[in-house]
Design a protein around this ligand. Structure first.
Ligand code: ADP
Length: 254
């Protein structure tokens, strides 16, 4: 197994309350890990901590050979050097619930932006790559449009295209369909499935249980900041062992 992400005893507190309590898991290259659990159980916080959008209070995150935390000192985490953290950040791509596209940039500019400013590609090369990625996301013909002129499903597909632009080693998706009208959910799930079929490594938080079953190599069920159950979808979703997983699935499956 080719381990690409290792989360060890991750702790995140807001004020004095734990959002994430000693969470550990690993993800192998090409694997799709789906995280399910009720609202407020810490799923989003885990993704935000790995993507350096939140500071962590304990534990560590390792991507390939690089670790986020260098050491613990007097009970506090000491982050690694800026260079290592930047490198780790480039290896991660995040897709948000609310798309987070730049509203003043066209779809094409949204996708080329990081290629030009972060990866330092020249504009023509970035544009060629972006056009291919957008076509792959089913957005041919929408390149010059602005986010406000797209449907929610198109905006989320553009946001996935933007994430793919930096060629991240791991793609994180935080409830990618929960802001969409029901009739637009399918088109986004379809492109996510396409990425899975291309052997992309992904960690996806979702309430779409049927989708989770179809796409996940492994499922984690979270409750109160902790992992309660973990395994293949056939076990965790079809045959959960823990009472809290059973209760959750009763509410969310239809
Ligand atoms: P989920 O993604 O499973 O819905 P979250 O990770 O968003 O859960 O939240 C986990 C817990 O952390 C919740 O109790 C939530 O209220 C709390 N929390 C999340 N973000 C913040 C924040 N910025 N400030 C204070 N509390 C927060």
């Amino acid at each position: 197994m080719n381990e690409i992400l290792k989360v060890e005893n991750l702790v995140k507190k807001y004020n004095d309350s734990y959002a994430v309590k000693n969470v550990s898991f690993t993800v192998n290259k090409g694997e799709v890990l789906v995280i399910i659990g009720a609202s407020g159980s810490g799923k989003s916080t885990i993704l935000r901590c790995i993507n350096q959008l939140e500071k962590i209070d304990g534990g560590n995150v390792t991507i390939n050979e690089d670790s986020m935390i260098k050491e613990m000192k007097n009970g506090k985490v000491i982050y690694n050097t800026k260079d290592i953290l930047n490198k780790m950040n480039l290896e991660c791509g995040m897709v948000f619930q609310n798309f987070n596209l730049f509203p003043h940039l066209s779809v094409l500019q949204n996708v080329t932006e990081a290629m030009v400013h972060v990866l330092k590609l020249d504009y023509k090369e970035a544009e060629n790559k972006a056009l291919k990625i957008l076509e792959n996301m089913g957005l041919k013909g929408k390149e010059r449009k602005y986010p406000c002129n797209l449907s929610g499903g198109e905006q989320q597909r553009a946001s996935i295209a933007r994430t793919l632009a930096i060629a991240p080693q791991i793609i994180f998706m935080d409830e990618p369909t929960s802001a969409l009208d029901p009739e637009l959910v399918g088109e986004v799930l379809k492109v996510v499935k396409k990425l899975a079929s291309q052997n992309r490594t992904m960690v996806i938080v979702t309430h779409e249980i049927q989708f989770a079953k179809e796409i996940a190599d492994r499922v984690i069920f979270m409750c109160d900041g902790k992992i309660i159950e973990e395994g293949i979808p056939k076990d965790v979703i079809d045959n959960p062992k823990k009472k809290r997983t059973k209760e959750f699935l009763k509410r969310y499956s239809n």
